[in-house]
Structure formats: structure tokens, C-alpha cells
Ligand binder design. Structure first.
Ligand SMILES: *Cc1c(COP(=O)(O)O)cnc(C)c1O
Length: 359
């Protein structure tokens, strides 16, 4: 065993695995930005239609993601510009990995803002890219002069900007993101994992700006279990990316279900609206507690600074509520928790615990 582990890349041996929290029985899960609603569960006819469809899915055959028709359905559902080409990923996590793989020439750099989505840095490390993390301002807004200076200095081959940002929920100024795209000579991937919950998108520009890719996912709008992400950009980049996408990366069940689901985009939009109303309610209620610092969010979660993150996290846990403790992951996130916006009763449960502690 020791001899074998000697064969493993030392940089990988030094990593720690991404830990997915396992959920004890009866817990309210608000740590991973999942939708609280199974998208078909409240509609018996729809549920039956879906199950009927699954019976005919050819699971004995390899999938063909390229010709599955999912791209066409995505185009239609989300108004992807005709000029943009689409790549499908097994979750946008896979696409992050593929973009890193694509651009990791020796000496190439990746740039992202911090605190940001942890998978960017992780993939920079995996593919041997230099990683430049540019700190956000203390209020989690983008420090544009710092980002532009770092772009100028390091000339990164790949820039990730989550718009809105995770784990802060911040919707950066569109003009700032635009300025980064203009200044960069490398590829800028605007990660719109939370785009459905914000008022803005770069998707209309996909396909018409050479160095822009807009990446999205259906995970945060009710389908985290399916693993469907997509990236939209100009042919020059997307055709090179296509060469390294594993040929069978999307399975038959997920392709069939995603196509079915997106034909009911109105239903998805309804749920998104409910969660946005709940986000606002949660924001107001938390903001009314003077000892908390609540950060504005354009996503389906709220980041909040409490007097003691450990105490709040533990107390919520004792009340069978799982949220994400951000404290310890970045200096700007001191004493912060990230609360996924759940169903109204779940949010009430969170509020009750937090009010007991701090109101
Ligand atoms: C959740 C998340 C993703 C990953 O989404 P999947 O499609 O489920 O892999 C990507 N980017 C950001 C910023 C996220 O928060």
C-alpha cells in the first residue's frame, strides 16, 4: 500500500477530497443550494408522464449527447443565441475541469476572485496552472482596479467569474465584468450557475464575443441530481473544447429527463419565483436582527455574518438544520454562514433558531 501510494502524484496526495456532507435522518438540508422541491412531485400527471418516458429510454445503448437534442431544447428554453455553440457537461463542474484542461499550457495562469467557487482553484492545481486569486472588497463587491491590474500583470489564459458569485451571493456590476472581458486576452468564463435568480445574464453576448464563454447549469433550479451543465461560446473555442469532452459524458436517463423537464420551463420559472420571494423575506427578517450583517444576494442563498459562526452552525445542527459554515475558508468570510433559501417552513425553522440566538 505504501509502495503504491508512492506512485500517486505528490500534489494530489497533498489534497483533501471535496467533502459532501451526509445528511442524518430528518435534517433540513440548506448547505448546497439545492432546490427544496422535486420538480414533478406535486403534479401526479407530470410525474407519471416522466416515469412513462423513462420506461422507453434505451439504457442498453450508449448515449449520444451531441445528437441527443438537449442542445436544441436548451437553446429554445434559455434563448441561447444562434451564433453560440453549446457544450454539455456532466454538471458544470465537469466543464470547469475541461476548460482548465484545454488552456493549461505550461506556464499558463488561471485567475478568479476570492472568495469564489472552490473548484476553479482546485482545477488550476490539478492541471498545473498558476492560480491568481484576486480578493474582493470587504462588502464582497468586485475590486475592478485590482482585477484589471492582475490581468495586466499575469495575462491569464483563463478567467472564471461567477455571476452572481458563490459563496457571497453578490451580483457584480455588469460594467465591471464587461471591463474584465474587454481587458483580457485569455478566455473569460462567466459562470451563471445562479443566473436564474439574478436579474442579468451574459448569455445574449455568447457567440459574439470571441473570448467569452457563458456557463450555466440546471442544478440550482431543481435538477442538481441530474448533472447537466452547459457552456455557450464562439466556435473557435467550443470546437477545440469538443475534442476533449468525453464522448459519453451525459447518460441516457439524464438526457431524457432534462429534455422532458425543459419542456416545462414555466413550472421551473414558478419555483424560481417562489424562491426569490423567500430570499427577499429571509433577507428582510435577518436584516432586522441588529447583531447580524446580511449581504445582499442575487442567488438562491444568503451569506450572513453572525457573532459566532461555530455557535450558530452548531445550534442549527442541534435543531436538525444543516447550513454551510464559511468561517475559516477565507479571511473575508470571518464568522460567515451561507444559508440556502429553502421552502417557507424551512426558512422559518432557520429564522427561529437564529432569532433565539441573536434577536
Ligand atoms: C454549484 C455551482 C457550480 C456547479 O454546478 P453543477 O452544474 O451542479 O456542477 C458551478 N459554479 C458555481 C459558482 C456553483 O455555485
Amino acid at each position: 500500500m505504501t509502495a503504491f501510494s508512492d506512485l500517486i502524484r505528490p500534489d494530489i496526495r497533498a489534497l483533501t477530497a471535496y467533502r459532501v456532507a451526509d445528511l442524518p435522518e430528518g435534517f433540513i438540508k440548506l448547505d448546497a443550494m439545492e432546490s427544496p422541491y422535486h420538480p414533478f412531485a406535486d403534479d401526479e400527471a407530470l410525474l407519471n408522464e416522466w416515469v412513462g418516458l423513462l420506461k422507453n429510454v434505451p439504457i442498453h445503448l450508449y448515449p449520444n449527447p451531441a445528437t441527443s437534442g438537449l442542445q436544441a431544447v436548451l437553446r429554445e428554453a434559455f434563448a441561447v443565441p444562434p451564433a453560440a455553440e453549446i457544450a454539455l457537461g456532466n454538471g458544470s463542474d465537469e466543464l470547469i475541469q475541461l476548460f482548465a484542461m484545454l488552456l493549461a499550457k505550461p506556464g499558463a495562469a488561471m485567475l478568479a476572485v476570492e472568495p469564489g467557487f472552490v473548484m476553479y482553484r482546485h482545477n488550476a492545481a490539478l492541471y498545473g496552472m498558476d492560480y491568481i486569486g484576486v480578493p474582493l472588497n470587504e462588502d464582497f463587491t468586485l475590486n475592478l482596479p485590482a482585477v484589471l491590474a492582475a490581468v495586466e500583470k499575469h495575462n491569464p489564459a483563463l478567467i472564471f467569474i461567477a455571476y452572481p458569485n458563490n459563496p457571497t451571493g453578490t451580483g457584480f456590476e455588469r460594467e465591471d465584468v464587461q471591463a474584465v472581458i474587454c481587458a483580457a486576452k485569455g478566455l473569460v468564463v462567466v459562470d451563471e450557475a445562479y443566473g436564474a435568480f439574478s436579474g442579468d445574464s451574459f448569455l445574449p453576448q455568447a457567440g459574439s464575443i470571441e473570448n467569452l464563454v457563458v456557463m450555466r447549469t440546471i442544478s440550482k433550479i431543481g435538477f442538481a441530481g441530474l448533472r447537466v451543465g452547459y457552456a455557450c461560446g464562439c466556435a473557435g473555442v467550443m470546437r477545440e473544447l469538443a475534442k476533449i469532452v468525453p464522448p459519453y459524458n451525459m447518460n441516457q436517463l439524464c438526457l431524457a429527463t432534462a429534455k422532458f423537464a425543459l419542456r416545462h420551463a414555466d413550472k421551473i420559472a414558478q419555483t424560481t419565483t417562489v424562491l426569490k420571494v423567500e430570499r427577499e423575506r429571509l433577507f428582510q427578517a435577518l436584516s432586522a436582527i441588529g447583531r447580524l450583517k446580511v449581504f445582499p444576494s442575487e442567488a438562491n442563498f444568503i451569506t450572513v455574518r453572525v457573532p459566532c459562526a461555530d455557535t450558530a452552525h452548531e445550534t442549527l445542527k442541534r435543531n436538525k438544520i444543516l447550513v454551510k459554515k464559511l468561517h475559516g475558508s477565507h479571511p473575508l468570510l470571518a464568522q460567515c454562514l451561507r444559508l440556502t433559501v429553502g421552502a417557507p417552513q424551512q426558512n422559518n425553522a432557520v429564522l427561529n433558531v437564529i432569532r433565539d440566538l441573536y434577536a
